[in-house]
Design a protein. Structure first.
Lengths: 364, 352
């Protein structure tokens, strides 16, 4: 059981920031994901929480206790790394038991706790082998067991699935999440993979260039990105973003396209657009629907099958490609003209100068 | 551009059979993708076609003519690798022009200039032509590598996981562009990858390789809708296809360790089979015939992955958007019968 609070926590290396001052409260039992590209500061944040990295300023509290300068081993936090650091000369079972034995836990209790965690992770068939004989997925399961057996107040995980191949990642992703649902231990999980973050997180902290860009539920960051970075980073592909000029309820886009702004947004745009009248229209690929009399027109650049759906890539003009998700089996020749409409509940707008989302009070 | 065929290719490396009697026809202007896990023989196939590796048995023909005796240079193939190998001190222009300036080619400078310009436009790197390649990003370098193969106008492009080193967003963008270029330039391309999404989205046809054997050749639709084996079924599609042992009892198929029974598609089906259900073929609906308990919800934004517990089995399903469900809740669902997959217990597809 643990609540973790970060108050104005920052990390500087010389004069450059690895993490700019951030405030964050991780609730008891929460699964919080730190997401961002490499170098964004997510791992440094995790390491500061663990005590493996000192803070340059600010405070970290674990269950209201200030642990800013506490030794890592005094924080009652278990760390799971991308590369499972297992002892090669011990069996998997010995690896799992090792930390407890080192802590002087009585032997019968060690056995019981190790047995419990082995059962929980369903790795009975693996525990007599040495790590070298196990697949990478199974090694990561053993590493996870070793962290779980400690029954720490919180788990910190640094891209624990990063070294696994795609198949295994999907399976392990579900296993870790399922484990969290059963155990409800506070977990901070670092990844650069937005799909993993969406699938696992109760909340996601999106970071870029040492700055927290947005904190929100998967739904928040997907449907209401705070700025252009989040809009692009979340989703595969990211949000379509096209620039135009706003006036009188309409956005003039390239190649003669004109988009009529839904009425509830018009006042917000009047206030929120850039000083030059420019605005960025954003919509997810599933927010567009191909229709013979659609409001916007484009040419097919390419179209492709993704298994359960087809993705259309449309050229609005030379350098502007938008992605539209359609039902499977729809096929359009390259170069053919297409018209489409946007679902008015799923359009978003951004100020090109500040890159921030323009908000309007009533979110559809 | 050319038709490329390989016939009965076998290649042995010491004890390991890298390719086992592989035959393949790649049509003129086709985008053919070889898909398979590491060690399946994909790269070896490319190298045999390029002449970089000599097969133990079998023949390679270009436009019906055997090329087995030709050196790699005389086969006129263009290779694009995962690791871009550009000359760091040369400009992008000179890197692109390099293959054409080979003394063997005798291409005049004005034509070189024209071909480099055209390739640069296709790959949107015109603004980089004067820059030294050492100062390019990974994505830009891979564009230049692809450009360098395009200027040559070879008989076939051989691409060995060219997108694997790029980050996810860049890979997505280049995938779309590469397909567009291939289609508009109509160039015969053999593209190797372990990434099923690359294969499904780019290929005209896919060949699935496993342990040196060609398992199935077909269009992306064929491979996805009618996988020849459970291996192929599990290789394409994400989340992965649900696969269960099922037994035939009184005209219905019973999924083992669950209460799920589905009608048999026909009377000939063996008494013990493997049944495949694609996640998107499960429809959650209040009046569904089947039931289970929600074990896990993974909201991906555009769609949600829901894990349903049924007895000791888990069914992974994919629903559009967000579904207001709670973990532990009981849900009703149907599966689209016509989209079910049946395999023998050895993993071979049963046609129904």
């Amino acid at each position: 059981m643990a609540t973790i609070e970060l108050e104005k926590v920052e990390k500087k290396f010389g004069t450059s920031y690895a993490v700019r001052p951030m405030d964050l409260t991780i609730k008891d039992g929460e699964f919080l994901v730190l997401l961002g590209p490499s170098g964004c500061g997510k791992t440094t944040t995790l390491r500061m929480i663990s005590g493996l990295e000192t803070v340059s300023d600010g405070h970290i509290r674990l269950n209201k206790r200030d642990v800013t300068w506490a030794h890592p081993s005094d924080r009652d936090i278990a760390f799971v790394f991308q590369f499972f650091a297992l002892y090669p000369h011990m069996t998997a079972r010995q690896n799992i038991a090792f930390t407890l034995q080192a802590q002087g836990v009585p032997n019968n209790e060690v056995k019981q706790r190790v047995d419990n965690v082995i059962k929980l992770l369903q790795i009975e068939h693996l525990v007599d082998g040495r790590p070298g004989t196990l697949s990478s997925g199974d090694q990561q399961r053993v590493a996870l067991a070793r962290a779980l057996v400690r029954q720490p107040a919180a788990f910190l995980m640094d891209e624990p699935l990063g070294a696994l191949d795609a198949d295994f990642r999907e399976t392990m992703r579900a296993e870790i999440k399922r484990l969290h649902i059963d155990q409800h231990a506070t977990t901070v999980y670092v990844t650069h993979d937005q799909i993993e973050a969406m699938a696992m997180g109760d909340r996601i902290v999106v970071m870029s260039a040492a700055v927290v860009q947005q904190v929100g539920t998967p739904q928040d960051v997907y449907h209401n990105p705070a700025n252009l970075f989040v809009a692009r980073f979340i989703g595969s592909p990211g949000m379509n973003l096209i620039t135009g000029t706003y006036s009188d309820g309409q956005i003039r886009l390239s190649a003669g396209n004109v988009y009529s702004v839904p009425t509830p947004w018009q006042a917000a745009l009047q206030r929120g657009i850039g000083s030059d009248g420019k605005v960025i229209l954003g919509f997810r690929p599933e927010a567009a629907a191909v229709s013979a009399n659609g409001e916007l027109g484009a040419q097919v650049y390419s179209s492709d099958l993704h298994g359960s759906f087809t993705m259309l890539h449309l050229n609005l003009d030379q350098n502007e490609i938008v992605h539209v998700r359609t039902a499977r089996q729809t096929s359009y020749p390259i170069g053919s003209a297409i018209r489409f409409d946007l679902d008015p509940r799923m359009v978003r707008f951004f100020n090109p100068q500040t890159e921030a989302a323009i908000s309007h009070e009533v979110q559809p | 551009m050319s038709d490329i065929a390989i016939h009965g290719i076998t290649k042995q490396f010491k004890q390991v059979t890298a390719l086992d009697n592989v035959s393949l026809d790649i049509k003129n202007n086709e985008f053919f993708v070889l898909l398979g896990p590491t060690g399946a023989g994909k790269t070896t196939t490319l190298r045999v076609i390029a002449g970089l590796e000599k097969q133990d048995r079998g023949t390679v023909t270009f436009d019906g003519q055997p090329v087995d005796q030709l050196s790699p240079a005389d086969r006129d193939t263009a290779f694009v690798f995962q690791q871009y190998s550009l000359y760091p001190t040369m400009s992008v222009f000179d890197n692109l022009a390099f293959p054409l300036r080979s003394p063997l080619r005798h291409v005049a400078e004005p034509e070189i200039k024209q071909r480099v310009q055209k390739a640069a436009e296709l790959l949107r790197i015109t603004h980089l032509l004067e820059r030294k390649t050492a100062r390019l990003s990974g994505g830009e370098m891979q564009r230049v590598s692809i450009g360098r193969s395009i200027v040559r106008e070879p008989r076939i492009f051989l691409m060995d996981e060219p997108l694997s080193n790029l980050d996810a967003k860049l890979r997505e963008a280049l995938r779309v562009e590469l397909k567009h270029i291939q289609k508009t330039q109509a160039s015969t391309t053999l593209f190797v990858t372990h990434d099923q999404i690359e294969a499904l989205t780019m290929a005209d046809r896919i060949g699935v390789l496993r342990e040196g054997k060609l398992i199935q050749v077909g269009t992306p639709n064929d491979i996805y809708d009618r996988p020849a084996t459970t291996f192929v079924a599990q290789l394409v599609g994400t989340p992965r296809i649900n696969l269960y042992r099922a037994t035939r009892e009184n005209g219905s198929l019973h999924i083992m360790s669950s209460a799920i029974k589905l009608p048999t598609p026909n009377a000939d089906i063996p008494s013990s089979i493997l049944m495949g259900i694609r996640p998107e073929d499960v429809k959650i609906t209040p009046d569904g015939e089947l039931g289970g308990e929600v074990a896990l919800i993974e909201p991906l934004g555009v769609e949600t992955v829901i894990h349903i517990r049924m007895g000791e089995q888990t069914l992974v399903c994919l629903v559009p958007g967000l579904m207001p469900l709670m973990i532990g809740e009981t849900v009703r669902f149907d599966v689209i019968r016509e989209s079910l997959h049946y395999f023998t217990t050895d993993g071979d597809r049963i046609a129904v």
